[in-house]
Structure formats: structure tokens, C-alpha cells
Write a protein that binds this ligand. Structure first.
Ligand code: PLP
Ligand code: ZN
Length: 500
């Protein structure tokens, strides 16, 4: 529909207008800093930042049901800038005008109910939200849509010159950053730093295809991240890691969509998400709290973060149940199939600590947990989910394994219904599936296949080699008929087909 086709009383707020007063807020000293310059850490104390709208309360002029109505009506509009995460512009970045919004098809990923058999097998009631169905096949596109829209705004309206964007990545951040950056060529050029050998071939192909400078650094992600931070402190570059607080805003859209797709009713719901650098879980909590503040939802879902036992600093932190005794300690990571979350020193930990405390308070206690799962559980659950019609990646398998774990630990009530964040597409992690099927995992992963989940291609060569077709060597008609018949018989025997 076109805006003018809506009722006059709805038209007033149908299209968002920039009315926010966005500012960085430091999680260390509490200081505020203007957004004209891209900041990643506090210039006063060096701590990580969040971006807040200091005029947020102006949105309360409209009540919760009013906002629901606006967001629901916006679904009907055919304006590209409002087709993605900017449907919730007032909650994300209400300083970016629509003419600067980048839309590459991100957001509004489907919630897919777990197959009936999978629910029965696991004894759990749950769905996946398939964030692998974003343009670069992971949730990272949500944050990049906002970060690059802001950069686009600086270029279009604030006279920013050419921008070189840079990020460290476990694979998906660089894929998203390179894609969104390429869309703004030639004003934006991208460089990505990857830990050598620690991203999948599919993830490596993505920034290469988008034309970014791809630099491989020996070490793990945490080492790459330090280099990128040093670059951002000392050179003219735009940092696109989740240290960039604009990305957190974009990733809040996951919470908004979830609430909207569940008719704004979060009662008895819980959300599970893998934790790596901890940007996503921070954004999800922040998003739900904004909705609650505006009365758009009236209760918060329980949030459960999931970590592998090979990269579990956030889990270790929350193992100590009394908050004042908790000590933050980064860990040294070991090999993980949840490679996109294989991070020992998450940049967003200060955000998690602050947001989880507020979240849990608003929830009334018991609203935020972190569970730990094994590499074996991650792989088994990924493949089990794939087996039942789902396209989850290893990190999505981690979410599901976390649900089973949380249930076993008594954190999930019998009537609660879960949403597992399937953060990327299965195909990005096909190599891990292959290792599982071939039983070729290096010992450090500690994964061995469950025989009933293994699947391998089977060759059907029903005749001697010289009687089979080959590229560039077609068979004579009679030989070809023989080939078709013999092969069909062999296939029928293999599948146990009955004759008509
Ligand atoms: C980045 C990423 C994660 C981890 O998210 P954080 O925000 O770093 O905690 C999980 N899964 C996938 C597929 C990712 O790309
Ligand atoms: Zn500070």
C-alpha cells in the first residue's frame, strides 16, 4: 500500500522521521559523547559504549497499543527503506533519514516451528528463528544495515569523505561488512582481518567476492581483534566490529521482529542465543527492554545464552551466583565447531553485565541464564535439526543443545516455549558436517559421529567402466539403453523399490 491510502490518523506516524537525540554512553564512567564522530571506546576512560536516544521518552506520547498498530501497519508499505530493520526506526537509530537507509533484504527472517517429530524426539516445544536467511546468511546483516546506513548518512549529509571500513571476524562479520560496504562503493572501501585457517571456505569466499581486502592474521579471533582495535585507535578507519555501538542497535531488530511475529505476546517464551563476542545477546536484551518500556510488550521473555565448553568465559562468569563475587576472566579458547562464537575475551562483556542485571531486575529474577554445552552436543543437535527440515548452522545447533541443557538443568518450565536463534545458514558450515560424516574431526574438537546421524553419498556403477557414460564420451543408443536399465535396476534394489 501507499502511505496516502492509510487512514489520516495513522498517516501521522506511519513514516518515521528522525527525532532522536542519540549519544554514546560509556559503560565505564557513564559519560556521554556526541555521535558526529565514530567512537568505539570512551575517549575519557577507554571503556565500551552503548548508543542511547536521550529523547526516548518522547515516544511515550503514543501508548504501547498505538506503537503496535504503527509497526503492524508498516508491514503493508512497499517502501524499501522500511522493508528491513528500519520498520522499527524509532527504536533503532532515529537520526538517520530514510533517504540514507541501506536495504539489502535483511531482517524479518522466519520463525519456523520445529518439526513435530523433532519436538517429540527432544521432548521440547520450540521454534527456530532462521537468521541464516539474511543476505549474507547470518544475523550480522542486521547490525551492518544500521552501521552502514549511518555511514551513508555521514557521507550524504555530513560531508564525510571516502571511508575505509575495517573489522576482525570469525567469518560472518566480514561477510556482512564487505557486502554492505560494497553496496556503497566507491565511497566505502572494506578491509577485513581474519584469523588464518579459522573461518570456513564459504565464509572466506564472501568478502573475497565482495571485493574487500582480505588479510589473514596468524592466531585466533581474539588476536585479530586486538590488531583491529589498535588500527582503529591510530588510523583513519571505521571499525565495524560489534564494538561499534551502531551494530548493537541494528541487532535489536531481532527482538522487535520476534515480538511482532508472536503478536506482541512474550508470555511463557524463552529465547536462546549462542554467545561469542556477546553483541547479539546484548542487543536482544536491550531490544526487549525498549519494547517493555514503551508498553509494546507487557512481559519479557526469559533469555538463555549458550556457550561451548571450548569457549565459555561468559558461562564461567555467571557460574558464581552472587553478583558481587563474580570475577570477569577471559579464557583461552580451544577448537570449536561453533567457530563464529569461538571467542575467549568478548568485547561486549561490559554490555552483557549491565544489560543482564537490568533485564533480570525487570524480569523479577530468573530472567537471564548462560548454559554450557559440549562440542559433541553442538554437532549432534545441528545435524539432528537438519535431519528434520531445519537449516541451522553449528551455532544454531548450539542454541538447540543449550535448550536441551537448560531443560535438564531445570531452567525451562514444562509449559514454556522456546525460540532458538539459528544465527547463520547451515551451508556456511558444511565442512563440519563433512568431518562428522567422515569421522575425521581432529582430536582437539572431541567430536565423534553418532552412527544413526551419518550420511554419505553412495556410488551406483552398475556396469563395467567402459560401458558407462563419461563427459565427452556419449554412449551409442543401444549401450545407453543398457546403461539406463542396469542403473535403474541397481537404484531400485538399493532403495528396495517395488515393481508397479
Ligand atoms: C557472530 C556470530 C555469533 C556470535 O554472536 P556475538 O554477537 O559475537 O555473540 C554466533 N553465531 C554466528 C553465526 C555468528 O556469525
Ligand atoms: Zn568512559
Amino acid at each position: 500500500m501507499r502511505p496516502e491510502q492509510f487512514a489520516p490518523q495513522d498517516q501521522e506516524r506511519l513514516l518515521p522521521t528522525p527525532g532522536g537525540q542519540m549519544a554514546y554512553r560509556c559503560l565505564g564512567c557513564g559519560g556521554h559523547h556526541g555521535i558526529e564522530k565514530l567512537l568505539y571506546t570512551c575517549p575519557n576512560c577507554g571503556q565500551v559504549l552503548l548508543i542511547e536516544d536521550r529523547a526516548f521518552d518522547r515516544l511515550k506520547a503514543l501508548d504501547g497499543p498505538g506503537w503496535r498498530r504503527i509497526f503492524d501497519l508498516r508491514r503493508m508499505l512497499n517502501i524499501p527503506a522500511l522493508k528491513g530493520v528500519f520498520r522499527y526506526a524509532e527504536l533503532l537509530a532515529p537520526v538517520i533519514p530514510l533517504d540514507s537507509v541501506l536495504y539489502l533484504g535483511e531482517g524479518h527472517t522466519p520463525i519456523v516451528e520445529a518439526s513435530p517429530l523433532l519436538k517429540q524426539t527432544l521432548g521440547l516445544d520450540f521454534a527456530f528463528k532462521n537468521d541464516g536467511q539474511n543476505p549474507s546468511a547470518s544475523f550480522k546483516d542486521r547490525g551492518m544495515a544500521v552501521a552502514l546506513s549511518y555511514i551513508n548518512y555521514l557521507i550524504k549529509h555530513r560531508g564525510a569523505g571516502q571511508i575505509l571500513s575495517i573489522c576482525a571476524s570469525t567469518g560472518d562479520t566480514s561477510a556482512a561488512a564487505a557486502l554492505y560496504g560494497a553496496y556503497l562503493a566507491p565511497a566505502v572501501k572494506s578491509a577485513v582481518l581474519l584469523p588464518r585457517g579459522k573461518v570456513t571456505p564459504q565464509q572466506l569466499s564472501q568478502p573475497l567476492g565482495a571485493g574487500a581486502a582480505v588479510l589473514e592474521i596468524p592466531g585466533v579471533f581474539d588476536d585479530c581483534m586486538k590488531v583491529v582495535e589498535h588500527l582503529a585507535d591510530n588510523y583513519q578507519v571505521a571499525l565495524l566490529n560489534s564494538k561499534n555501538a551502531w551494530r548493537i542497535l541494528g541487532q535489536e531488530s531481532y527482538a522487535y521482529e520476534l515480538a511482532q511475529d508472536l503478536d506482541w505476546d512474550m508470555t511463557g517464551r524463552l529465547v536462546l542465543a549462542p554467545i561469542g563476542n556477546a553483541g547479539n545477546i546484548s542487543a536482544i536484551m536491550s531490544g526487549f527492554m525498549k519494547l517493555l518500556d514503551l508498553g509494546v510488550i507487557t512481559s519479557l521473555p526469559k533469555i538463555i545464552g549458550v556457550q561451548s565448553h571450548h569457549a565459555d568465559p561468559v558461562f564461567q562468569y555467571y557460574q558464581q551466583s552472587s553478583p558481587e563475587k563474580r570475577v570477569w576472566r577471559p579464557v583461552t579458547v580451544q577448537a570449536s565447531t561453533a567457530q563464529a562464537a569461538m571467542i575467549g575475551n568478548p568485547v561486549s562483556m561490559p554490555r552483557v553485565i549491565e544489560l543482564a542485571r537490568r533485564y533480570d531486575d525487570l524480569f523479577g529474577g530468573g530472567g537471564f541464564y548462560v548454559v554450557q554445552v559440549s562440542e559433541q552436543q553442538i554437532m549432534d543437535h545441528m545435524i539432528l535439526a537438519n535431519r528434520h527440515g531445519h537449516i541451522v548452522c553449528t551455532q544454531g545447533g548450539e542454541s538447540l543443545a543449550g535448550l536441551a541443557q537448560a531443560r535438564a538443568a531445570g531452567l525451562v518450565g514444562a509449559s514454556e516455549r522456546a525460540i532458538c536463534d539459528a544465527t547463520a545458514h547451515q551451508l556456511k558450515f558444511a565442512g563440519f558436517q563433512q568431518m562428522y560424516f567422515e569421522n575425521s574431526f581432529p582430536a582437539e574438537f572431541g567430536v565423534s559421529p553418532r552412527p544413526e546421524l551419518v550420511n554419505m553419498p553412495q556410488l551406483v556403477a552398475a556396469l563395467p567402466e567402459e560401458q558407462l557414460p563419461a563427459p565427452g564420451r556419449p554412449l551409442e543408443p543401444q549401450a545407453f539403453r543398457r546403461f539406463v536399465e542396469a542403473t535403474s535396476d541397481a537404484v531400485a534394489a538399493r532403495l528396495g523399490l517395488e515393481k508397479k
